[in-house]
Structures are given as structure tokens and as C-alpha cells.
Design a protein around this ligand. Structure first.
Ligand code: FAD
Length: 237
């Protein structure tokens, strides 16, 4: 679908752990997007309209449009947090090419924290609308601790429905944690995948995360053609 501006309404907000929240908006009849794409959300604020790009954390199979973000205390996020159900907002989208290539047989996701939004969208889409063949799926998912994993319960559902293997990597896990500790590194990937070069890696998140993962993939010898990125940094990229 071609990118376009339209007005829609804010529906509701779901607070999540770690100061995150998901915001749902009415999906206009006939509106189409592909899991993994983004849009620009313009909202009213005391100082005028404010705009920022966000990935749809919703899937095209869901009857609403959703985005998920950290309520950071910025002017934009304060205005977002203050939205009342029924308030009109403007969306400009969909944009972006960070979408699943059906030709890829082995797909590995690299995500940290809120960078998981396009991956939740893709996995929800695959779970809701199963294709004739689902790729082999692994998600390397970096977070603070066991209680700060966005969409943790849904990932369990994705494991059951899609055969997804989630490799959690926690920087400050509890004492009982037996999984990977620290950040997602080449050692973690090599420990989990026999041949990383045979996988296509989808990486999304803020620029520091992307830069770190580029180095990790280089160490793993993953060909450039098997590396697909979505920067949460430069608008409109
Ligand atoms: C293609 C694309 C997709 C994206 N998808 C997502 C997504 O799905 N989810 C998502 O969260 N982001 C996404 N982003 C990034 C998003 O557009 C914002 O840049 C990001 O959420 C940070 O916005 P912010 O208003 O919190 O912080 P900014 O205003 O950009 O400031 C950066 C940091 O400074 C601090 N700060 C700023 N102002 C204040 C203040 N007044 N008081 C206290 N602290 C302050 C906050 O800690 C904040 O995190 C995406 C970006 C792109 C380009």
C-alpha cells in the first residue's frame, strides 16, 4: 500500500514492565501494511503537534494499529501518555522494507528491549496466518532481567505455534537464571547456531544496538546479503 496521511483515533493504552506501554489506534477500513513496517505518529501536545516514527507492533491480522514504546519523560512521550481515548491523531504510513522475505528458510532475529516491536509484529502475523511453510525461527532477545521482557507470554505462544526458539540474553538476571548473561555476542550466536552463515538475521533497535550487532554478525561471518536492519534512529530511513 502506498504511504499516505490519514486521521484516526486513539483507543487505549496497556502499561508494560520497564516503563514501556503499548498504544492502540483504530485501523481504518481497507488500510494495509506489512508486518515490520513503520509509520509517523503525530499527536496533539500543549506546545502543538509532535511527530515521531514508530514500528507497528501490531500485526496486519489484528483489527487495530498498535505501537509500543518507552515512556521516557520526553515531551513527545508525555503527550502520548496523556492521550485520552477518542482523541484524533494523524498517521503517515506505512513505510519501510524491514519485512520478512518468504524465500528465507532460516530466520534469526536480534532484538533488545523495545527493538522487538517489528519482530512481535512479524511473529504475530505468522502465528495468526500460517503460511504453507514457516521458516526455521530463532530469536536472540536481550533484556535487563526476567521481569523486563516485552511480550514474554506471547513469545511462549510463538514457540508453541511456530517452533520459534527464543534465546534470552539478560544483563542482570536473578540468581536462578541458567541462560545467557550479558549482551548478545558472537559467542552467544555461535553457541546456539551450528552455522550462523546459513541464517538470515533481522536486527532492529536504536543505532547503538545496530552498530554492536553489525560487529557481532561480522565476527560470525554472516554474509552482507543475510543481514537486514531497521534503525530506530534516523527518521524515515
Ligand atoms: C523506523 C523507526 C522505527 C521506530 N520504531 C520505534 C518503536 O517501535 N518503538 C520506540 O520506542 N521507538 C521507535 N523508534 C524511535 C522513536 O521514533 C523515538 O526516537 C524514540 O522512541 C525516542 O523518543 P523519545 O521521545 O523517548 O526520546 P527523545 O526526545 O528522542 O530523547 C532521547 C532520550 O532523552 C531523554 N529525554 C528527552 N527529553 C526528556 C525530558 N523532557 N525529560 C526527561 N528525559 C528526556 C529520554 O530518556 C529519551 O529516551 C523508531 C524510529 C525509527 C526511525
Amino acid at each position: 500500500m502506498a504511504r499516505a496521511k490519514f486521521t484516526t483515533t486513539f483507543l487505549d493504552k496497556t502499561p508494560m514492565s520497564g516503563g514501556l506501554a503499548s498504544f492502540r489506534f483504530a485501523k481504518p477500513r481497507g488500510f494495509e501494511y506489512v508486518a515490520g513496517q513503520w509509520f509517523v505518529l503525530s499527536i496533539p501536545s500543549p506546545t502543538g503537534t509532535l511527530s515521531k516514527p514508530f514500528t507497528y507492533s501490531s500485526s496486519p491480522t489484528e483489527p487495530f494499529l498498535m505501537m509500543t514504546t518507552r515512556l521516557s519523560g520526553s515531551d513527545y512521550k508525555n503527550a502520548l501518555d496523556a492521550l485520552q481515548p477518542g482523541t484524533e491523531v494523524e498517521m503517515d504510513g506505512p513505510g519501510g522494507r524491514f519485512t520478512l522475505d518468504p524465500a528465507r528458510e532460516r530466520v534469526a532475529f536480534l532484538a533488545g528491549g523495545v527493538g522487538v516491536t517489528p519482530i512481535r509484529s512479524m511473529l504475530r502475523f505468522l502465528a495468526d496466518a500460517p503460511a504453507a511453510t514457516t521458516p526455521r525461527l530463532v530469536a536472540f532477545y536481550g533484556n535487563l532481567d526476567e521481569t523486563h521482557i516485552p511480550f514474554a507470554e506471547e513469545f511462549v505462544e510463538f514457540e508453541q505455534k511456530l517452533g520459534l526458539r527464543t534465546v534470552h540474553v539478560l544483563t542482570q538476571p536473578g540468581e536462578a537464571w541458567t541462560g545467557h548473561k550479558g549482551f548478545i555476542t558472537a559467542d552467544v550466536i555461535k553457541a546456539e547456531l551450528d552455522d550462523p552463515t546459513a541464517w538470515t538475521f533481522y536486527t532492529s533497535g536504536p543505532p547503538p544496538m545496530i552498530e554492536a550487532m553489525k560487529k557481532v554478525l561480522e565476527i560470525c561471518g554472516v554474509p552482507a546479503g543475510n543481514q537486514i536492519f531497521e534503525y530506530f534512529g534516523a527518521p524515515g530511513k
